[in-house]
Design a protein around this ligand. Sequence first.
Ligand SMILES: Nc1ncnc2c1ncn2[C@@H]1O[C@H](COP(=O)(O)OP(=O)(O)OP(=O)(O)O)[C@@H](O)[C@H]1O
Ligand SMILES: [Mg+2]
Length: 410
Amino acid sequence: MNINISKKVFAPVYLKHHALENTDRYLILYGGAGSGKSVFASQKILFRLLKEKNQRFLVVRKVAATLKNSVYELLKDTISRWGLYPYFTVTKSPLEITCNLNGNKILFVGIDDPEKLKSIAGITSIWVEEATELTQEDFQQLDLRLRGKTKTYKQIIITFNPISEHHWLKKYFFDNTPEHTTIIKTTYLDNPFLDDSYKRTLENLKNKDENYYRIYALGEFGQLGKMVYPNYSIKDFDISLLDNFYYGNDFGFNDPMAWIEVAYDKKAETIYVCREFKKSGLTTSDLAQELKKRMSLRDILICDSAEPDRIEELRRAGFKNARPTKKGRNSINFGIDWIKSRKLIIHPSCVEFIKEIQTYQYMKDNKTNEYLDKPVDANNHLLDALRYALNMEMNKNHRRIGLSKHAFGL
Ligand SMILES: Nc1ncnc2c1ncn2[C@@H]1O[C@H](COP(=O)(O)OP(=O)(O)OP(=O)(O)O)[C@@H](O)[C@H]1O
Ligand SMILES: [Mg+2]
């Protein structure tokens, strides 16, 4: 069977760099948002799946739960755009795509599912999506899995946004590039398929957050200024062993809804970020449906006090304990200082929270170039939800040490 795929389906920048034929061990596709990296990776995998024999592709992200709505949907979408659905069998459980013409397979696995990862054998190539989510150790373990003889070339495609010049990926692939590596940098300007409103959003970042503009529009490695929360670490822990849970929610629609579950260990002055939920385009009643899967109706849920109507909607949807943050003690700086003076441990499954905290920094005075006592107000939805969740704890402390709100100049 001869299936022809027109060159027109590919963004020209990848063809210009011969990325489709590239057989290097490491193919690094990095750069700004919306530059077509993920689409191209999915296209290359399908292309190889159709053209080569004995292929078993592994598609990897840090967290298994994020695979279905991202890489799996994207590969399905590419199959359907190419009109090739009759030639593939797509299953949800297990998450798998099989080419009916030759038995080639695409398997999906999360690094947070080590048992499954260990059980997968005979891999011939790998795609690591959103590679900044992985630690260097995660990556090296994966790299070791791709050894031995295969009929065609073995390749690891790595796609990511360059969130920080201090990230291990920068040192590993850019400062000391390993042999057999190809690096292709792209931005939204390289993607002729992108819609105008998305382009405008990226261009508007320039006025909102210089660092974000650098990373997501220009595709350059982020330069961290003064971080708001230097006190965090990302560590695996067993959520079921914790107690004293708190829930916080930041409302949004175009901006995302952001919900967070944290546990607070008072003795150890340690905050555990346990679970997150972040999604745009949800109404308050959509949000209530999502939250019912994640918390009990009895739990106390602290929300942004600026949106009393939406809090009332949550109450009517059954969350009787949806409450606003306490007035006077919800100043951003007070909350930040409180959180900063404690230990913050983030569960590795909270990938969106990790993205926010890694780039959350203080504003700079344009004239003097000095840092202001004010964080950049962008991409801080889950971070706001964190402050709300802990608002009651903050208030307890507040009373105990006998400070009036005037002490904080509120
Ligand atoms: N070859 C293509 N054909 C059709 N549409 C495409 C193609 N490449 C990209 N697009 C469109 O551009 C959008 C952005 O592409 P993609 O998601 O691959 O970008 P990305 O570089 O992975 O972005 P991010 O850095 O945000 O993950 C896609 O959702 C799709 O609508
Ligand atoms: Mg992508």
